[in-house]
Design a protein. Sequence first.
Length: 346
Amino acid sequence: MSYLIKPANYKPLLDMKQTELGIKQIKEFFQQNLSSELRLRRVTAPLFVLKGMGINDDLSGIERPVSFPIKDLGEQQAEVVHSLAKWKRVTLADYDIEPGYGIYTDMNAIRADEELGNLHSLYVDQWDWERVIAPEQRTVEFLKSIVTRIYAAMRRTEYMICEMYPQIKSFLAHDIQFIHSEELLQMYPDKTAKERENLIAKRYGAVFIIGIGSKLSNGEPHDLRAPDYDDYSTIDPNTGLPGLNGDLVVWNDVLGRAFELSSMGIRVDKEALLRQLEETGKQDRLKLYFHKRLMEDTLPLSIGGGIGQSRLCMLYLKKAHIGEIQASIWPEDMRKECAAIGMPLI
């Protein structure tokens, strides 16, 4: 079911020409900074992969991929990617990337099951990145160090866009805060997961919520994750809490709510993969190409994630709807409502 958030007295700070130039500058500047921060080289990414290899990301495990038959392969099915979480790890191995270095790419996807609205579109564009790590770096502290460096690139990009357009004022918090999803639950036990995100994002401005996918003390995960890419079950010996992954969330003052910019984490090793597949009843995936390679030690240990391109541009340029940033398909009544309040969709 589609939704529409209507900010009171919303008025775009930039016209369409300024917006398009801003999008170009943000994308070029941020990806250069991300590459420098994490020592990533750019690679070319697929728009679709073969079905049945276990390479496509199935996100929370319930989204349907867009698929089509390939005539020259005997009608074998291809799937438009949801993201490249597992493809990137295979690519790290194929390119023989050393620890401390990695790759990034422009990922374009179609997610037909998205609930369309200000934050969600059928079309997804993000920087997908992946970096090889050493066994001793599979820790929450290392995860935090990478998140901090990504956030530093985000702040530098904010400075650039504020210099480019003086009408846009600095808004990102100086530092990003870290909290485990279980700690967040204990802080606000009577709130839903989304309500907890709103409260913590408004309090700190920028926060990284650790342990997305693991069950909390109330028996529910903070949010869903597929069991075969992020490690959400390994216990941190310092806190006794599970999870080597999380979401980077900031406060969006235009929409007045939490705004997720990135989902990322240390990826599963063999032990975590087996544990998470067993917990979710997905052991049959061990027969697939990706999972076989992981179990045979032909894939490196890694950390990786995705950073929403349109969402980042939407945040920096103070837009209220992702349709002001990217061209997509929207319900006609949504287009009319948005136009009526000065929020025209591309």
